[in-house]
Ligand binder design. Structure first.
Ligand SMILES: [Zn+2]
Length: 127
């Protein structure tokens, strides 16, 4: 696949500035469960069964989001016995980004949480 100045994202928006990778990255963060998993993996390696216990989530939910995060390159896994151990691929960079997001959230506060456009998209059911 070649990348060039005329690439168009699935929404039909010209990606003339090459921002599609960044938009895809933020889409990876666009789910509270994925954020919860990422933050918890900052504590160390976990198996799927550990994450389901520690976070109180269904195994299918955890597996689905881990597959997404691994596809994004944010999470990696290694086999251990019959299970897989999941960990953050770039822990320091991720923590830095989440810290920056928290700073920005502190400044924008409820504006983000209450944005009617965002709420609409959430209610329509993202991934
Ligand atoms: Zn844990």
């Amino acid at each position: 696949m070649t990348m060039n100045q005329t690439d168009v994202d699935p929404g039909g928006v010209p990606d003339s500035a090459g921002l599609l990778p960044a938009a895809s990255l933020f889409h990876g963060f666009s789910d509270p469960t994925r954020l919860t998993i990422l933050r918890h993996l900052a504590l160390g390696e976990h198996r799927v069964v550990d994450l389901t216990e520690h976070l109180g989530l269904a195994q299918s939910t955890v597996s689905k989001h881990l597959a997404c995060l691994r596809g994004c390159g944010l999470v990696q896994s290694r086999p251990e016995g019959r299970a897989s151990m999941f960990s953050l691929t770039h822990r320091d960079a991720l923590m830095g980004l989440l810290a920056a997001a928290e700073r920005l959230l502190a400044l924008t506060g409820d504006a983000v949480a209450l944005c009617p456009t965002y709420r609409l998209e959430t209610l329509e059911g993202g991934s």
